[in-house]
Design a protein around this ligand. Structure first.
Ligand code: AMP
Ligand code: MG
Length: 339
C-alpha cells in the first residue's frame, strides 16, 4: 500500500483536513498529529477500519483504543451514564492530554473497547486533530507506532514504523507534550489513575482526594493479575539494546556509567560534560516537561549507537516526571539499578 503524505500548512490547511477526513470516512486509517504523540486513527464506528489499526500496529486484540472527540457534544455519542465528575474533568482538562474511562455507548464498534463495556475518551488540544475529528466524527486512535516500540512524536517516526501499512500520514510538527495522555477511570470508586501523563496525579488529587494510583503505574503486573488497563501489561517503548533504569544521584550515576564498557548513557543535559561513554541527553534535570518531550525520540536513537547496554538516569516521580518514569521502567522491562 502506498502511504499518502499529507503535508499540512497554512496554504493547504482546509483541503488537507478534508482529505484526511475523507479517507477516514471511507474506512481508511490515517496517522494524525496530537499534542501527546501521533495517533493512528480510524472511525470509531467502522469495525473493518478498526481491525486494520490492530493489524498495522501488531497490537494485541485485547488492548482497547482511546476514542478522540472534537467537542463536548460528541461525548454523548460514545459514552452513557456519564457522571457529573466527568463534566468537571472535561471542563478543567479538555481539550488536552487527559483520557477518561466511562460506560461505553452501544453506538460505537465493540472492537474499540476490545470486549470491555467501558470506553476511553479524550479531546485533544491539537488544532489539526480536532479539525479532522470535526469533519470525520469520533476517531479511535492508539499511538501510531509498531506495538512495543517507542511512541511516535514526529511524522518521521510514524513513517519509520508504518510506511506502506497505513493509508496516509498527516505531516505536521513535533508533538508538544511527547508522552501519551493521562488515563483515569471514573467507573470505579474511588477514581483510579491507570496511566500517568501531562495532567499530573497532583492536579487530579485536588479534584479526587481519594485518587488511587493503580499498581501497574510503577510495578510489573503479574501474569495472572487482572489489570484495569490492558495496555499496562505489555512490553512497551523498548529499544532493542538491553535497557536499564538507574536510580542514583548525578555523581553516582556518572561514576557508574564511566566504569562500564560498551554502554550508552541516557542522561540529563547537565551531566553530558562529565560522561565519557557514548551518551544522549533527554532533557534537563530541572525541567521534567523537557524530558517528556524528548524521551521517545531518544529511545528511538539508542539502537543507532550499537552498544550492548543502555543505562538511563531515572527522572523524579513528581509532576509529569511520573509519566516519564512509567514509560522508562517499561522500556527497561522493569530492570532497575539502584545505587
Ligand atoms: P495508546 O492507544 O497507545 O495510547 O494506549 C491506550 C491506553 O488506554 C492503553 O493502555 C489501554 O489499555 C488504555 N485503555 C483504552 N481503553 C480502555 C478501557 N476501556 N479501559 C481501560 N483501559 C483502557
Ligand atoms: Mg501506544
Amino acid at each position: 500500500m502506498n502511504t499518502e503524505r499529507l503535508n499540512i500548512n497554512t496554504l493547504n490547511y482546509n483541503e488537507t483536513v478534508d482529505r484526511a477526513a475523507d479517507i477516514l470516512r471511507q474506512g481508511g486509517i490515517v496517522a494524525i498529529p496530537t499534542e501527546t504523540v501521533y495517533g493512528l486513527a480510524a472511525s470509531a464506528y467502522d469495525t473493518a477500519a478498526l481491525k486494520k489499526v490492530f493489524i498495522a500496529k501488531g497490537r494485541p486484540q485485547d488492548n482497547p483504543l482511546i476514542v478522540h472527540i472534537s467537542d463536548i457534544e460528541m461525548l454523548d455519542e460514545v459514552a452513557v451514564n456519564i457522571p457529573p465528575e466527568a463534566y468537571e474533568c472535561a471542563h478543567l482538562f479538555w481539550p488536552g492530554p487527559f483520557t477518561m474511562i466511562l460506560e461505553r455507548s452501544q453506538n460505537i464498534a465493540k472492537e474499540v473497547s476490545a470486549g470491555l463495556d467501558t470506553v476511553a475518551v479524550r479531546m485533544p488540544s491539537d488544532k489539526v486533530a480536532r479539525d479532522i475529528i470535526r469533519a470525520s466524527g469520533p476517531l479511535a486512535a492508539p499511538s501510531a507506532n509498531t506495538s512495543g516500540s517507542p511512541s511516535p512524536t514526529s511524522a518521521q517516526h510514524v513513517i519509520d514504523d508504518l510506511d506502506g501499512k497505513i493509508d496516509a500520514v498527516v505531516v505536521s510538527g513535533e508533538c508538544e507534550v511527547g508522552v501519551e495522555s493521562t488515563v483515569v477511570t471514573l467507573v470505579t470508586n474511588p477514581v483510579r489513575l491507570l496511566r500517568p501523563g501531562a495532567v499530573t496525579a497532583e492536579q487530579l488529587c485536588d479534584i479526587f482526594p481519594n485518587l488511587l494510583i493503580d499498581n501497574a503505574v510503577l510495578a510489573n503486573p503479574q501474569a495472572d493479575e487482572k489489570v484495569a488497563s490492558p495496555g499496562m501489561k505489555y512490553k512497551h517503548y523498548a529499544p532493542k539494546t538491553e535497557t536499564y533504569l538507574v536510580e542514583a544521584s548525578s555523581e553516582d550515576y556518572i561514576d557508574f556509567v564511566n566504569d562500564i564498557n560498551n554502554c550508552v548513557a541516557v542522561c540529563f543535559e547537565e551531566e553530558l560534560p562529565k560522561i565519557n561513554c557514548p551518551k544522549l541527553s533527554y532533557g534537563s534535570v530541572f525541567d521534567e516537561a523537557s524530558l517528556a518531550h524528548r524521551v521517545f525520540e531518544v529511545l528511538r536513537m539508542v539502537d543507532e549507537l550499537h552498544a550492548e547496554k543502555v543505562y538511563i538516569h531515572a527522572p523524579s516521580k513528581s509532576g509529569i516526571g511520573l509519566a516519564v518514569y512509567n514509560r522508562l521502567i517499561r522500556a527497561a522491562a522493569f530492570r532497575v539499578v539502584s545505587l
